[in-house]
Structures are given as structure tokens and as C-alpha cells.
Write a protein that binds this ligand. Structure first.
Ligand code: GLN
Length: 484
């Protein structure tokens, strides 16, 4: 059952080959047998079985939707009513959300079943899932390696087929980089497509909800269900929800693929370059042509992102004060000491580092030199994409310069961790849709990710390109040893 796509599950549920309760129980059992991955912070077994039972009744009444009765997991950054929602942090280790995130609500309304909440880097800050207060997550392809981050729990869960699909978020690469490390397909839509209401904020101008799954089609179906205007999020786009499923099969004949020379330079693992070159051949066979494009400011993407994201984080995280919700220190002298001690105990090292960097770049003496400068660079990066998209329909490159690294390998070197986002964070800075899909393996048997970036609001073209690639290749069907 764990090898089926969402459409296949839909057919089987409709034909009553199995019930949603049976399907849900099956995945709950897989989760129980894979606790060593540490992919989940909370498993909501009872609730899941209740939702599945409800879904079975809907199916029985003949009113089912395509997603009704299909289980999924949510990154523990999406608020879930009456369920622990930690964002991977000690400061929220007792936070039971009083409401649902809009994205969760929309998927619930379709009749999807929530299996539980997945592990993640604390406040989504990281590229390895090693900063979680709830422990590291292991990559099912090699348990000595990281699954990527920050959506590492969602990625490990889907890669090990503990859930058919999972929600995730991407501020600088947190859907695409773990997708690449775990051999999955993941999409981050254009900024504003998925409501951020009830998504615990990291960097509000960059955060976007999206999906991790095994196929582009599965991602398209779930993304479509999560998308749409929400008056509770002032940055939510008031646009019609596109029919992503309908455009998946369009031929690629005549489409132009932009290859930025900055994405094919030095520092990329040889096996990754070979795999991406091979993917380009597949696209050529599908009728697309390639054109070289320029993203001259890509080299400042990392410094720009690592000024802006911490700046926004330092402001967003000021709400965690031990008063309104979350962890409060047991011992303190006065009010200020209570704030300080609660935050000192509640936040981990990476989160503290970001708050300090953010407060620094926003402080009056440095605001112009760092924050304003980074905003200007952000505009230049975005303009580069606009110019590139005059020449092509979408951009292609590697998702990451290297495959999954070892647990602990980058512990003492935050900058080398930050460099993981080198190809991914510019799409967030420019608000563009982007995805990663499996395009092969390196000589250690670790998955390689192919990165596609689309024009603003044009998720359809990259989903279409990803789907057609997956009709020609079977990388997305490979399952890590021990989980087949
Ligand atoms: N690795 C990046 C960071 O640590 C991206 C995280 C994300 O996309 N949430 O900030």
C-alpha cells in the first residue's frame, strides 16, 4: 500500500479495496516500526483513526473528494487545534494550539487524515534537522546522515513511506533541500499562494508552505488543496486557485529551459553535475530546448538571505517571552529576569545566533549598512530572474552542491551549513515557485535533486515539467533499503 500514488489510493478507496481506517492503521504501524528515524514529534493515532472513520462515512455516502481518506503528516510548524505544536523548540514544548493553520484546515476539509506532526529544525532554522529540541532525524537512505532541513522529519517520513505525503515549509530551501537529500519531490509555491495563518513565523517575507511527496502529481494535488486566498493573512494572494492537475500532461515541445551559468560552476559534486546533465538530455528528448541565462547576483544570495532572515526572525521570535505561551523558567528574580531566563532556557544555540545577528543588523548604527543593503540586493536578485525569464520558461539546475552529509559533520561550522542554501534561497528572495525532484544517485547511493524554478505564479509549468520527467525516469519510485 505504501507504494501507491494519491490517485491510486483514491481509486482503491473508492472501489472499497480497503477503507481509510485500514490505510491509516497501515501507515501508523509503519510509523511505529520506524521510530529510530525520529521523524515524528507527535503521532496523533486516536485522532487519525477518528478522522479516517469520518472519511469512510463520507466515502460510503458517495461524496468523496480526490483526497478523502488519504493520510498525511504535518510539519510541526503548522498549528493543529488541540494538538501539541512545538516548532521543534523547547520554548513551545507544552504548546497546545487553540486553532488550526489555514493550510491544515483546508486539507482537513478535503477529508485528509493527519497521522501526526513531524520533526524539524528549531523554528525552521537549519539545513540538517540537527537543531531540533526533539533530537536529530536520520536519513532513511543512510542513517548516519542527515535528512536535510528544516523539514527533515517530513522528508524522512515520506522517504521511508511512513506517510504518502507531508506538509512542509520553505524559507530558504527547507522543502527542496530535504527533498534532494531524501530522494523526494517537493514544491514551494510562489510567495502568497499558501496562507501563512497558523504557520509559526520564522522570516515572514520569505516563509511559504508547500508539499513533500514522491511524485510531482501527488504534490500538485495536495498543493492545489492547500492554496487559496485567506483573509487572515494579509500577504495571501486573492487569486483563483489554479488547476495544477490539469496542466501536468502538456507537451514540452518548444519550451525553453534556462541554464544559469552560475549554477553550473565550480564546487558542485561531480556525480550531481553528471545527473543534472543527464536530466537536460531527458528534457531535450521531450522537445524542450536550452538557453544560457545569467543570474549575476546569485553569489550574494547567501549573505543577503542571512541578513534578512535573521532580522525578521529576531522580530518574530520576540513574542516568545514565557508569558503568553510556551516554556517559562521555574526560577527567576523579577519580570525581566523571567523573560531572559525563559528565553535562555527555551531557545537552542542556532536560534539564539539568529536572534543576535538579526538584532545587530536592525540596530540603529548598522541598519543602513546591513539591513537596507540586503534589501537592495534582494531587489537586484529578483530583477536578475525577471531578465532571465524573458529568455526562458523555467530555470533548471542542481538543488544542492552536494548530497546528504554526515550527522555532526557541520556542527562547528554554521557558515558551511548556510552554504547548503546556495541554489535555493534566491527563489525565496524573489518570491518564485521552485521544486526539487529526484534525478539519480551519487556513488554512495545517495539521492541527487534536480531543481526547477518557475516564473512568478507559474507553478503549473514546473509541475508539468517535473511530471513529464517522471514519466521518463523512475528515480522517484526508488525506496530506501529496509523500507521497500
Ligand atoms: N537552511 C535555511 C536556514 O537555515 C533555510 C531554512 C528554511 O527554509 N526554513 O535558514
Amino acid at each position: 500500500m505504501h507504494k501507491k500514488t494519491l490517485r491510486e489510493h483514491h481509486q482503491s478507496l473508492k472501489a472499497k479495496d480497503y477503507s481509510s481506517v485500514e490505510l491509516t492503521t497501515y501507515f501508523l504501524d509503519r510509523i511505529k516500526n520506524s521510530e529510530d528515524l525520529n521523524a515524528f514529534i507527535t503521532v496523533t493515532e486516536d485522532r487519525a483513526l477518528m478522522q479516517a472513520d469520518q472519511a469512510d462515512r463520507t466515502i460510503g455516502s458517495g461524496k468523496m473528494d480526490l483526497l478523502t481518506g488519504i493520510p498525511l503528516a504535518h510539519k510541526d510548524l503548522f498549528c493543529t487545534k488541540d494538538v501539541l505544536t512545538t516548532c521543534g523548540s523547547r520554548i513551545l514544548d507544552n504548546f497546545i494550539s487553540p486553532y488550526d493553520a489555514t493550510a491544515v484546515n483546508k486539507l482537513d476539509a478535503k477529508g485528509m487524515v493527519t497521522l501526526g506532526k513531524t520533526n524539524m529544525d528549531e523554528f525552521a532554522m537549519g539545513s540538517s534537522n540537527e537543531t531540533s529540541h526533539f533530537g536529530i532525524v536520520r536519513n532513511p537512505w543512510d542513517k548516519g546522515r542527515v535528512p536535510g532541513g528544516s523539514s527533515g522529519g517530513s522528508a524522512a517520513a515520506v522517504a521511508a513511506r511512513l506517510a504518502p505525503v507531508a506538509s512542509a515549509t520553505d524559507t530558504g530551501g527547507s522543502i527542496r533541500q530535504p527533498a534532494a537529500f531524501c530522494g523526494l519531490t517537493g514544491i514551494k509555491p510562489s510567495y502568497g499562494r499558501v496562507s501563512r495563518y497558523g504557520m509559526i513565523a520564522f522570516a515572514s517575507s520569505l516563509d511559504q508552505g508547500g508539499v513533500l511527496g514522491t511524485t510531482a502529481e501527488d504534490c500538485a494535488l495536495v498543493l492545489e488543496a492547500m492554496t487559496g486566498f485567506d483573509e487572515n493573512d494579509s500577504t495571501s494572494l486573492n487569486l483563483e486557485v489554479p488547476d495544477y492537475g490539469a496542466s501536468l500532461r502538456k507537451p514540452l515541445t518548444g519550451r525553453k529551459i534556462g541554464l544559469p551559468k552560475e549554477f553550473f560552476g565550480e564546487g558542485i559534486d561531480g556525480d550531481i553535475s553528471a545527473s543534472i546533465e543527464e536530466a537536460i538530455r531527458v528534457y531535450e528528448r521531450l522537445g524542450a530546448t536550452t538557453v544560457e541565462v545569467d543570474l549575476p547576483n546569485s553569489e550574494v544570495g547567501i549573505p543577503c538571505y542571512y541578513v534578512l532572515a535573521p532580522a525578521e526572525a529576531s522580530s518574530n521570535l520576540s513574542r516568545f517571552d514565557g508569558v503568553r505561551y510556551g516554556h517559562r523558567a521555574a526560577l527567576y528574580e523579577d519580570l525581566n529576569d523571567m523573560y531572559e531566563t525563559s528565553r535562555a532556557e527555551g531557545f537552542g544555540a542556532e536560534v539564539k545566533r539568529r536572534i543576535m545577528i538579526g538584532a545587530y543588523v536592525l540596530s540603529s548604527g548598522y541598519y543602513d549598512a546591513y539591513y537596507i543593503k540586503a534589501q537592495k540586493l534582494r531587489r537586484m536578485i529578483s530583477n536578475d530572474f525577471s531578465a532571465a525569464f524573458e529568455k526562458c520558461d523555467f530555470i533548471l539546475g542542481p538543488t544542492t552542491p552536494a548530497t546528504a552529509f554526515g550527522i555532526g559533520e557541520k556542527d562547528d561550522d554554521p557558515v558551511s551549513m548556510y552554504l547548503n542554501d546556495i541554489f535555493t534561497n534566491s527563489a525565496n528572495l524573489a518570491g518564485l515557485p521552485a521544486m526539487s525532484l529526484p534525478s539519480g544517485f551519487d556513488s554512495n547511493g545517495l539521492p541527487v535533486g534536480l531543481h526547477l524554478i518557475g516564473k512568478y505564479l507559474d507553478e503549473s509549468t514546473i509541475l508539468n515539467a517535473a511530471h513529464l520527467y517522471q514519466q521518463q525516469t523512475d528515480w522517484h519510485q526508488r525506496i530506501p533499503g529496509g523500507y521497500e
